[in-house]
Design a protein around this ligand. Structure first.
Ligand SMILES: NC(=O)c1ccc[n+]([C@@H]2O[C@H](COP(=O)([O-])OP(=O)(O)OC[C@H]3O[C@@H](n4cnc5c(N)ncnc54)[C@H](OP(=O)(O)O)[C@@H]3O)[C@@H](O)[C@H]2O)c1
Length: 345
């Protein structure tokens, strides 16, 4: 490769991000002849589409989100290989996952940004799939944040997606009864037949609040929420005494430019002595080896399945990103820009 292909943020989207919000540029490969201490040059080979990247396209606000400057490469979760290193923790040739940008080459300080080595037995697709950021988020959210009890009635929103599908399977492994919410009949069928949910609710054709009242009259003990807004409201209206709500994401509001409102009826949480807790995967850096080991063990034992939706081509990055918001991704959505990312070394 002789140039550094990049997708720059050209303007701030006002709704779903579209191709016109980005500008394609070819620039020189960054000069890595004098890397500062701690810095590495990464050749990106795969990009994971994460819904929260839509938040990073918004203007700087008083939120916690990082903001991408207009004219800068779009920040992205990625996987690739270290081609030059001035960091004793990373040798040249080491494959890594990282937060880099929509570009072929990125220089960053690996002591400041999250850069994680990829085990030899995994392809880069596997490193961002079954044991990638979303699977680990599901593990941390269920096991370390929520800590459900066997027998709990657990609900997962965004249940057919990358994070939700793993959260639901972990809840089942831990002995919970599980209800998954998703946006099509196909996905709902798969929740039950493939992912082991006891019941599925299609939020596009069913009234979630009413359906939950009918199928779970004793109330919901545990809620893993990827969506927020109306979905959170519907579960709060059905929440059981001493329940736990794990706030993982609020995708319902990411395209709106304003945060999605919280539940109207907060008194239900007070009278129900309910614990609602938000978290970020980054809070659990130390537990990542444990989560990775455990998920791989469950997969090898046939207790867990994982689905990846892997597309190809640097050119497709802006268009494929919007699939997260139409529900047309079928599992963990990634774009491979070097076919090597699909195979184990
Ligand atoms: N806290 C953390 O550290 C952390 C880390 C990773 C991800 N997350 C969060 O986890 C959630 C899921 O992310 P993911 O990467 O696993 O994506 P994903 O679930 O694989 O894909 C997104 C799915 O969300 C659903 N969706 C989109 N817009 C929606 C809307 N307006 N209302 C209801 N559902 C909608 C769609 O499924 P349907 O067809 O079912 O609508 C879509 O397929 C996001 O909120 C994300 O921000 C949090």
């Amino acid at each position: 490769m002789t140039v550094n292909r990049q997708w720059l943020l050209a303007r701030r989207p006002t709704d779903k991000a579209v191709r016109e919000d980005f500008e394609y540029r070819e620039s020189e490969i960054p000069d890595a002849s004098n890397l500062a201490p701690g810095h590495v040059l990464i050749r990106n080979q795969l990009f994971l589409h994460a819904p929260t990247m839509r938040n990073w396209m918004d203007p700087a606000s008083n939120s916690f989100y990082p903001t991408v400057g207009i004219g800068n490469p779009m920040l992205a979760t990625s996987a690739g290989v270290i081609v030059k290193s001035n960091n004793p923790r990373f040798a040249e040739g080491q494959r890594v996952t990282a937060i880099t940008a929509w570009e072929d080459y990125t220089i960053l300080n690996a002591d400041v940004w999250p850069v994680r080595p990829v085990a030899d037995e995994l392809s880069l697709v596997e490193a961002q799939g079954p044991v990638g950021m979303n699977a680990l988020t599901a593990y941390m959210g269920v096991v370390h944040v929520g800590r459900p009890k066997p027998g709990d009635l657990a609900v997962v929103s965004g249940a057919a997606g990358s994070t939700g599908s793993i959260a639901g399977q972990i809840l089942k492994i831990l002995g919970c009864r599980t209800i998954g919410i998703a946006g099509s009949q196909d996905k709902c069928d798969r929740l039950v037949s493939e992912l082991g949910f006891d019941v599925a609710i299609n939020y596009k054709t069913q009234d979630v609040e009413k359906t939950l009242r009918e199928i779970a009259p004793e109330g919901v003990n545990f809620f893993f929420d990827n969506v927020g807004g109306d979905m959170l409201q519907a579960v709060v209206e059905n929440i059981a005494k001493f329940a736990t709500i794990v706030l993982c994401g609020q995708i319902a509001g990411y395209n709106d430019g304003v945060p999605v409102p919280g539940p109207r009826n907060m008194m239900r949480l007070i009278y129900g002595s309910v614990r609602a807790e938000g978290f970020l995967l980054g809070d659990f850096e130390e537990q990542i080896p444990e989560g990775t080991r455990q998920i791989l063990e469950w997969i090898r034992a046939g207790k867990m399945v994982h689905r990846e939706d892997v597309r190809s081509g640097f050119d497709s990055l802006p268009d494929t990103f919007s699939d997260l918001f139409t529900g047309s991704n079928d599992g963990t959505l990634m774009v491979v820009t070097d076919e090597e990312a699909r195979t184990r070394p």
